[in-house]
Design a protein around this ligand. Sequence first.
Ligand SMILES: [Zn+2]
Length: 437
Amino acid sequence: MAATGLVARFTLKVFALEIVRAMELTTILNHCHHIRGFVYQTARFGPDKKTIEVDVRPRQGAAVVCSGCHKPAPGYDRLRQRRFEFIPFWGFLVFFLYRMRRVHCRNCGIVVEEVPWSDGKHQSTKAHMLFLARWARKLSWKETADSFHTSWDKVRDAVEYVVGWGLEHRTLESIRAIGVDEIQYAKGHKYLTLVYQIDQGLTRLLWVGKERTIESFQGFFTVIGDQLASQIQFVCSDMWQPYLDVIREKCCQALHILDRFHIVAKMNKALDEVRAAETRKMAGEGHEPLLKKSRWCVLKRKENLTSKQQLRLRDLLRYNLQTVRAYLLKEDFQQFWKYNSPTWAGIFLDFWCSQTMRSRIEPMKKIARTLRAHRPLLLNYFKAKKEFSSGVVEGLNNKAKVTMRRSYGFRTFRILELALYHSLGKLPEPELTHEFF
Ligand SMILES: [Zn+2]
């Protein structure tokens, strides 16, 4: 009887101990962020009571690994204690405290050890960097830094780590279709060249290049190599000559399609020029300001006009103005995209161009000359069965612009490159065993 009581009391004591242990931070840490070969020893408040510090020590008997060759090596000495920032917890910043060991490696000499939670270069743990980087995709970098009580630089480091890992581990197989486009990122004509994969099942940013020169676009082909480049079947681009040259050289087997969106944009720009010049001219000659507030009437597609704008347009069409004639030419050109056969589309294109060349409207004539010069590339759109319209590239480019606005802080090439890869690259991420949300 007494023996059973003793056992019961003993069991109760063990049970109570279990509860206490289960409440310990190190237990939770072991559960969500187990580190092979290491032990969480104790967790306590830091001196300021605003941080939690967790002592980490090597597990007895576990091998020390050389950070140079990733192989076990005999220990040499230990360095000063370092703090590694971990994911914040209930409003407390969390740090791992650990004294890195150095190894005497046969291949690498005396080198600091490799630890699983850190890449050795940063003060943050890998988990913390992945945590910040994921938020930095949803919020701006500054908002991320503010939300988690860290600095903009730490967020940048986190994104850099995750992007670097992703670029190293991404697969670049079987790219069937690419789109290339430029994007302005600062005043004074600073451009980036962006290359997207635009396959039906996979659209992502593949590459970011500085400037929009032949050399910058060639950089993309250096990254993917000749083998992959020779498998590309479709290339979508605008009429920027350096791009055209590189595509002809590197992707001669691919069907090169001119981007519909850019042609429409060019035409709108020409029309706007005509309208602005004519408005000035009419004002100079003392005519009534017919074209005032007409900009959107002529630039928008007819079906997108408000009823007020439609009335205004009908009004305008009564006058034999250059703007009106240019507008009609532009509207007429919409017909081009509706063809299915390259032959008929070609006949239409020739007809439109000769009509426009007789219009005596210089900006429109310039467009016609450009379209004539790129006739084969324009007709490739129909040969590709309209499969790769620029809609995809345009959509990706709009996302790129949003990303650039959000990563504000420093508009350097490197920062933009990171931000763009991070949000549009669909890069793989380093894996954690636990989902930190
Ligand atoms: Zn080594």
